[in-house]
Design a protein around this ligand. Structure first.
Ligand code: V0D
Length: 236
């Protein structure tokens, strides 16, 4: 029995360099099990940990993850403090493994609005991985795209004319490769104020899988779909 040659795709097929994920569905995952939202968030953290491990072999340059949005401040106080606790614990438990695996951490968003101890932990994590050369994990913390664009435009205006190029140079993602692929889990098909500018030419990939059930295999599948889509950038 002969095995068909691996599909390598036609011209224009390219491997994704930068993938972003809106990690949605922790609450719904918990609700289905009649468990508290906090349990869903815990499971969500386990999915992040497994995905970061699994992403190593996929040849990605950057994986951007939406962890805490500017809108999350409108959630109940106890859920906000849960999320803060998860962030602190995540750094304490996972930083050394990520650092040892040559991962470079980056933050997008205004993380300095968090409390002092958490800001110090975050900055420690950035410093610890700054010299690493492997996959960059960019984590959106207190991130909102309109806020990011407003901050970038303010900086651009202080230097001269505002153009798409001068704004882009001041976005939080200015040092990252262009966004290729944006994934959202949990069946919602909205950008929800995430990477609005960067998504201008990105491919979008939606799945009904809830975040705690999302694995590196799903990411691999999305990247394979990406590689077979023909990208047009507004041209023909
Ligand atoms: C999991 C809840 C802090 C949602 C928060 C690698 C998702 C906890 C960071 C972080 C995650 C801190 C410093 C830094 C980079 C990241 C973080 C991830 C996930 C993905 F430099 N919390 N946190 N990073 N979670």
């Amino acid at each position: 029995m002969s095995v068909p040659a691996a599909k390598t795709g036609g011209p224009g097929e390219a491997q994704a360099r930068h993938v972003a994920i809106i990690m949605d569905g922790n609450g719904r995952w918990a609700k289905k099990r009649r468990m508290p939202r906090a349990f869903g968030h815990q499971k969500g953290v386990e999915a992040v940990r497994a995905l970061v491990r699994g992403a190593q072999g996929l040849g990605l340059e950057v994986l951007t993850l939406y962890a805490f949005s500017t809108e999350n401040w409108r959630r109940p106080e106890d859920e906000i403090s849960d999320l803060m606790g998860l962030m602190e614990r995540f750094i304490l438990s996972d930083l050394e493994e990520m650092a040892g695996n040559n991962i470079r951490l980056k933050i997008i968003g205004d993380y300095k609005a968090f409390k002092g101890e958490l800001v110090d932990l975050i900055e420690g994590a950035l410093t610890r991985t700054a010299a690493n050369t492997g996959t960059t994990i960019a984590v959106a913390l207190n991130y909102g795209s309109m806020d990011e664009i407003a901050r970038a435009a303010t900086k651009a205006a202080a230097e001269g004319p505002i153009t798409p190029e001068t704004i882009a140079r001041h976005l939080d993602t200015a040092d990252l490769p262009p966004l290729d692929l944006l994934i959202r889990t949990s069946g919602e098909e909205r950008l929800s104020n995430f990477l609005l500018w960067q998504a201008a030419y990105a491919e979008l990939w939606f799945t009904d899988v809830l975040w705690p059930d999302f694995t590196a295999d799903h990411l691999k599948q999305a990247m394979q779909d990406f590689a077979t889509r023909e990208r047009r950038y507004g041209g023909r």
